[in-house]
Write a protein that binds this ligand. Structure first.
Ligand code: PEP
Ligand code: MG
Length: 560
């Protein structure tokens, strides 16, 4: 995906719009395995150095945990605990004394022993083996005087360059400091991309070897809308990017220029997201990703804990509509208590609603918690299941919800079979919400996390669009509403196409509400329908996009 033109631009996949300029800082990668060499210092000095490095790493992680919340905080606290655990330090110190090897080699070997003990225990402990490796790399970096792996901690704003970001790294991104993001790998619907969009950090992913040229520059300009990194921006371009703030706000309710109602809703991933989403004017929540309350846990949270977490989100949307999704464990969201670590193809494995086949209690507990939280909510609560693939699954889910008094039960359409069977599925389920991230992944057979497949990972692909139309037709035949909650809903032009197909609600990262709302307000339903039919008739994603955009004159007026 990398290339260079005369005006010195590196191309990748633009996954989070906006322009940002600044100095580049490359994320340090781990130093790797140190050679087995004799120590050049005495055992006393070496054992002290190991203890000092481990303590500094633990202190650093604890301090950082103090500045974060939610999942990020838990990840950092767990890692700090491992750095504090004397087992690792004592074993490394014993190795320098008995074998006279370098402190960094001793830490490497001691961590290897700890990690394999964890691995042999399986489940939760096997998960911790990864954290041991993280701690090991941090201690070794300290011992070698090298930069610590992970997101660099700086005061001054910068553009972060990385191979890709691990969940623990993305959890630490501070948009005030990390102004732009460029990754060598990573696909457009990866969770890195979703998080960058949610934080409003302009991002270009999958630039491949082009990252080297970006890293060689002092200052670059990231254009997350165009998917470009300008290598030698002019002073004016840098200044303009610094001043540009995306401030288009959303004035609810969502409607087209001629008054056709389209509910504009927010995707919410954790409790902390709910207040800002409500403040951004979202008419409700179209996708509450409940798995974020379960991630990083070694056991299922109790019903009480779940009630508390869901109620906190519902409270931010008092008087408004909430669509809550049951647990989507597996694949990119592994949960040790529910999903096997050794599946060959996790994206095609036991994920989403399938996890309840072996663990029906988890769904039962979750529906109990949702029903309790919903009872106190001032507004409608709809429940939907991820990864529904067959009519019978929809029927079973609706029955399970009804047994908990949850009357409005729907399905996510993320698998092509569900789109093709939307008619019979919606004869049973009350509504459908299309998850275009997974629907694209499964339609094109392209892993959504893989940067090298980014050209395939676009919901503009006519095959995806035809499945979306088929879903809308199934909904219309059964008089059931069809919404979209995948990232497609956040692209203003595609949002108009979806409305033209018959989609009645669009759920997105709250930052996108302003642009999507503005485009719809300046576009008629007839224009949306024309854009949809042109896109559906195209032979490629590029042609679909071009044709649809050509039929939406408001895009140019609004500079979208
Ligand atoms: C989707 O697949 O489009 C979706 C909304 O679900 P997630 O991104 O959480 O898999
Ligand atoms: Mg999905």
């Amino acid at each position: 995906m990398s290339g260079e033109t005369q005006i010195r631009i590196i191309h990748g996949a633009g996954v989070s719009p906006g322009r940002a300029a600044g100095p580049t800082v490359r994320m340090a990668t781990a130093a790797g395995e140190p050679a087995r060499r004799r120590a050049t210092v005495g055992p006393e000095e070496a054992t002290d150095a190991i203890l000092a490095a481990a303590t500094a790493v633990a202190d650093d992680l604890t301090e950082r945990a103090g500045h974060t919340e939610g999942t990020a905080r838990e990840v950092l606290q767990t890692t700090a605990q491992i750095a504090k655990d004397p087992t690792l330090v004592k074993d490394a110190q014993r190795r320098v004394r008995e074998e006279q090897i370098t402190p960094e080699r001793a830490v490497w070997e001691a961590a290897g022993a700890v990690a394999s003990q964890f691995e042999s225990l399986g489940g939760y402990f096997a998960e911790r083996a990864r954290d041991v490796a993280d701690v090991r790399d941090r201690i070794i970096a300290r011992l070698l005087g090298a930069p610590s792996p992970g997101v660099p901690q700086r005061e001054e704003p910068y553009i972060l360059l990385a191979l890709d970001l691990a969940p623990a790294d993305t959890a630490q991104l501070d948009p005030e400091v990390v102004r732009g993001l460029v990754t060598e790998e990573g696909g457009p619907t990866s969770h890195t991309a979703i998080l960058a969009r949610a934080l409003g950090i302009p991002a270009v992913v999958g630039v491949g070897s082009g990252i080297e040229e970006v890293a060689a520059r002092e200052v670059v300009l990231v254009d997350g809308g165009a998917g470009e990194v300008l290598l030698d921006p002019t002073a004016e371009q840098v200044e303009a990017a610094r001043e540009r703030v995306r401030t288009r706000s959303f004035d609810p309710p969502g409607r087209t220029q001629d008054g056709y109602r389209v509910a504009l809703l927010a995707n919410v991933g954790e409790v902390a997201d709910a207040e800002p989403a409500a403040a951004a004017g979202a008419e409700g929540i179209g996708l509450f990703r409940t798995e974020f309350a379960f991630l990083g846990r070694d056991a299922e949270p109790s019903v009480e804990e779940q009630v508390e977490a869901y109620s906190a989100v519902f409270a931010a949307f008092a008087g408004r509509h909430v669509v809550i999704r049951t647990l989507d464990a597996g694949a990119d969201k592994p949960m040790p208590f529910l999903t096997a670590a050794d599946e060959v193809n996790p994206a095609l494995g036991v994920r989403g609603i399938r996890t309840c086949w072996q663990n029906p209690d988890v769904l039962d507990h979750q529906l109990t918690a949702i029903a309790r939280a919903a009872a106190d909510h001032d507004g409608p609560v709809w429940v939907m299941a991820p990864m529904i693939a067959r009519v019978a699954e929809a029927e079973d889910f609706v029955a399970a919800c009804a047994a908990h008094g949850l009357e409005t039960a729907g399905v996510m359409v993320e698998v092509p079979s569900a789109a093709l069977l939307a008619g019979p599925i919606l004869a049973r389920a009350a509504f459908a919400s299309v998850g275009t991230n997974d629907l694209t992944q499964y339609t094109l057979a392209a892993d959504r996390l893989l940067g090298s497949l980014a050209p395939l990972s676009t919901p503009w692909d006519p095959a995806v669009l035809q499945l979306l139309q088929r879903t809308c037709d199934g909904g219309a035949a059964q008089s059931r509403p069809v919404g979209v909650c995948g990232e497609a809903a956040a692209d203003p032009a595609l949002a108009a196409v979806l409305v033209g197909m018959g989609v009645s609600s669009l759920s997105m990262t709250p930052r996108a509400l302003g642009d999507v709302g503005a485009l719809l307000a300046a576009t008629t339903l007839a224009q949306c329908r024309t854009a949809a039919s042109l896109a559906l008739a195209a032979d490629s994603a590029e042609d679909a996009r071009r044709a649809a955009r050509g039929a939406l004159p408001a895009l140019a007026e609004l500079a979208l």
